[in-house]
Design a binder for this molecule. Structure first.
Ligand code: XMP
Ligand code: MG
Length: 208
C-alpha cells in the first residue's frame, strides 16, 4: 500500500479508523456544489454585482469548516462571496455545553443578503440554532445551511433545519478534514474516528 494512502495514515497516532476517505468526501462535495449552483444560478443576462442581494454569501464557521468551505466554494461555479465567524461551544471537552460565545463576528452587514451557513458538523445542533437566531435578527433575504457531517440519532439534539448534509454519521467523536481534537488532526484529508485512549491523554483547551 502506498505510504500516502488514507489507510497508511491511519497509523498516525490516535486514529482508530477512517470513516470517510478523501475520494468519498470530494465526490459528495461535487454533488453538494452542483445543487447549490442551482439555488443561486443567475438568470440569463443577469450579472451579479459584488455585495449584491443575489450573490450568495457563504459564512464559514471557524475553525473546523475551513477545509469544507474552501473545497465547496471551488466546486461551485456561480459568483459567490465568503466570510467567517468564530464561535466556541465546547470549552475543553468533547461534549457540547450549549453555551455559545461569538469569538469573531462577520465583517459586513448581511441585511438583504442570501446567506449560506457552512458548518463542519452538527452534533447537538445547539451551535447552529444559536447562530441562526443571531443571523436571522440581521434581516438577510434568506438563510440556508449546509453541513458536511451530521450525527444522527443524537440523544438530546435540538431540531434545526439543515438544507444539505454531506454525510449522516454515527454519534462518535470524529477528527480530520478540518475537525480537531485539542487542535490536532485538522490536516488529515479524511474523517477518522479517534482511539478513545487519546481522550485520557493530557490536552490543552481547544476551539471549534
Ligand atoms: P453542536 O453540539 O452545538 O456542536 O451541534 C457543533 C460544533 O461542535 C464541534 N463538534 C465536533 N468537533 N469532532 C470535532 O472535532 C466531533 O465529533 C464534533 N462534534 C461536534 C464542531 O466544531 C461543531 O461546529
Ligand atoms: Mg473542534
Amino acid at each position: 500500500m502506498p505510504e500516502s494512502s488514507p489507510s497508511a495514515q491511519t497509523r498516525a497516532h490516535g486514529v482508530a479508523s477512517v470513516l470517510l476517505d478523501e475520494a468519498t468526501i470530494q465526490g459528495r462535495i461535487a454533488e453538494l456544489a452542483a445543487e447549490m449552483d442551482e439555488w443561486y444560478r443567475p438568470a440569463p443576462g443577469q450579472h451579479p454585482v459584488p455585495g449584491g442581494g443575489e450573490v450568495p454569501l457563504l459564512v464559514g464557521v471557524l475553525t473546523g469548516a475551513v477545509t469544507f468551505l474552501t473545497d465547496l466554494m471551488r466546486a461551485m461555479t456561480v459568483p459567490l462571496e465568503i466570510e467567517f465567524m468564530a464561535v466556541s461551544s465546547y470549552g475543553a471537552s468533547t461534549q457540547s455545553s450549549g453555551v455559545v460565545r461569538i469569538l469573531k463576528d462577520l465583517n459586513h452587514e448581511i441585511s438583504g443578503r442570501r446567506i449560506v451557513v457552512v458548518e463542519d458538523i452538527i452534533d447537538t445542533g445547539l451551535t447552529l440554532q444559536y447562530l441562526l437566531d443571531l443571523l436571522e435578527r440581521r434581516a438577510p433575504a434568506d438563510i440556508k445551511v449546509v453541513a458536511l457531517l451530521r450525527k444522527h440519532d443524537k440523544p438530546g439534539a435540538v431540531p434545526v433545519s439543515v438544507d444539505l448534509v454531506g454525510f449522516d454519521i454515527p454519534d462518535e467523536f470524529v477528527v480530520g478534514y478540518g475537525l480537531d481534537y485539542a487542535g490536532h488532526y485538522r490536516n488529515l484529508p479524511y474523517v477518522a474516528i479517534l482511539n478513545p485512549a487519546v481522550f485520557d491523554e493530557p490536552s490543552p483547551t481547544h476551539e471549534e
